[in-house]
Design a protein around this ligand. Structure first.
Ligand SMILES: Cc1ncc(COP(=O)(O)O)c(C=O)c1O
Length: 476
């Protein structure tokens, strides 16, 4: 309810007590102007209401009259108050009732606390290399030249582009040079930029893997592309099914498909590149977690097979942390002008962060971190698979060769959404394979991520999962 001059205690309304913590530095007339502005903006002081004469308000607030006239003068200049000679100063503005933020009637209920996280998506956040990352940030803050602190290159800092190109050549078998690398905020951002460039080149239909990660679908539709889901089998994306769609571009997790965990077979890789040539189109390779392959060496990226037909997207979201917002996009040389032109206002992440990543990689800390992470994740995957085998023999584990998640195929008839809810109520987070589908399928499975759970939590997490499934599986 709006208040008028007659029924309010101004000192309470304006909350500008002299000892209010954190506000000591601000001058009193600024604080008064701010408090009045807030009361007008949120409708507590209604349009037309008179504010007290400056002398009266000064007395009530225990300040000098000058403070009040300064504050009123400021708000008159901003249009929130209007003064007319011979009459009271009045409120001259009201918030738009349609856009004013509604006051929540009651607090939003907090979700049940998650004590065990077996949902896919995150790396081991406890193992973020804080000390070395801080060393890298400190080093570049001291060593960045003045020029680095000027207007950033939208394609990314040349230092990081060179480092990423070397890293991708050395450890992912990519055919990458600094000129073809753009630094971006991650795979999702890289895909948005790529899709814009494809549209500008007349490609409006994009194929995506089914099942697949919803954010990649959202990224493509957000720039107006039409999506064509293509099934994935045990050899990865079905190129035959792809060829039956009108798409001329496809997003593929060749080294480790999400969420099925399949690796695109060598024959399919070759066919996929041939398909791109035949339709004069492109493959967009999502290389999101391929650094983690446990039983063999990591599979090299497809991009190396034909850099003129394959875009390569990667990020540090699965290796360091998604909170860094750092990734890369390697584009076919002929597409670079379209990429720049179609993304005129796209900006690279903050330059000091880019330089910190370059230093982190150049000093060998990224490789050391990946080696340690690979060892830790292999041991954790083995523990999870063993524990699932012992506690849930009726379920079948798949997709274990790489990455940070596995699939758990469940007996027919399992109520997976119900099991996910029951588990959440008990403090365990897991994901239903159906969450990554856009078409119905008969099989039932969970996607279990082991990046962000500690080894010691796994036995309890699996025991909770067994209870949730027992409550939701017929005949168990
Ligand atoms: C299939 C897939 N691609 C890419 C990513 C990484 O995306 P970004 O680099 O935008 O964080 C993820 C993260 O969960 C993913 O699941």
């Amino acid at each position: 309810m709006a208040i008028s001059q007659t029924n309010l205690a101004w000192a309470t309304l304006l909350e500008i007590g002299a000892t209010e913590p954190g506000r000591r530095g601000r001058r009193l007339h600024d604080r008064l102007a701010r408090a009045l502005r807030t009361a007008i903006r949120d409708g507590r002081l209604a349009e037309g209401a008179a504010v007290p004469p400056s002398r009266a308000l000064a007395e009530e607030l225990g300040c000098s009259r000058w403070v009040v006239t300064e504050a009123y003068g400021q708000l008159i200049a901003e249009g929130y108050l209007a003064a007319r000679t011979g009459s009271a100063t009045r409120v001259a503005w009201s918030p738009d009732p349609d856009t004013a933020p509604p006051r929540p009637a009651r607090p939003v209920p907090a979700p049940p606390p998650i004590r065990y996280d077996l949902a896919p998506g995150l790396p081991d956040l406890r193992a973020f290399p804080r000390r070395r990352w801080a060393d890298a940030v400190r080093a570049v803050t001291g060593s960045a030249v003045h020029y680095d602190l000027g207007l950033p290159d939208p394609a990314g800092h040349p230092g990081l582009r060179t480092t990423v190109a070397q890293y991708l050549r050395r450890s992912r078998g990519a055919d990458a040079h600094a000129a073809a690398v753009s630094v971006c905020a991650g795979v999702t951002d890289g895909l948005v930029r790529t899709c814009r460039a494809l549209r500008a080149e007349g490609i409006a239909d994009l194929a995506v893997e089914h099942p697949g990660w919803g954010r990649l679908r959202d990224a493509a539709t957000s720039v107006g592309l039409r999506l064509h889901p293509v099934p994935v089998d045990h050899d990865g994306l079905s190129v035959d099914a792809l060829a039956r769609t009108p798409a001329r571009a496809v997003v593929v997790g060749a080294a480790h498909q999400f969420p099925t965990g399949t690796v695109l077979s060598p024959a399919r890789r070759a066919r996929l590149v041939r398909w791109a040539r035949e339709v004069d189109g492109y493959v967009i390779e999502d290389d999101y977690d391929a650094e983690f392959r446990y039983d063999h060496h990591p599979v090299a990226v497809m991009q190396g097979m034909d850099p003129s037909r394959v875009f390569l997207l990667g990020s540090v979201s699965k290796t360091l942390s998604p909170a860094l917002g750092l990734g890369w996009l390697v584009a076919p040389a002929a597409m670079n002008p379209a990429l720049r032109a179609a993304n005129p206002v796209a900006a690279a992440p903050p330059v000091l962060d880019q330089l910190a990543l370059a230093t982190f990689i150049d000093r060998g800390w990224y490789d050391a971190h990946l080696r340690a992470a690979r060892r830790r994740f292999r041991a954790r995957r083995d523990l999870l698979v063993r524990t699932l085998g012992a506690q849930l023999p009726e379920a079948r584990v798949a997709g274990t060769a790489a990455g940070l998640h596995i699939l758990l195929h469940l007996p027919d008839g399992t109520d997976t959404p119900g099991a996910v809810r029951t588990a959440a109520a008990a403090g365990l987070r897991v994901a239903d394979l159906d969450d990554y589908r856009v078409q119905d399928a008969a099989d039932r499975a969970l996607v279990l991520g082991y990046g962000n759970i500690s080894d010691t939590e796994i036995p309890t997490a699996v025991a909770l999962l067994r209870e949730a499934l027992a409550a939701r599986t017929p005949g168990v």
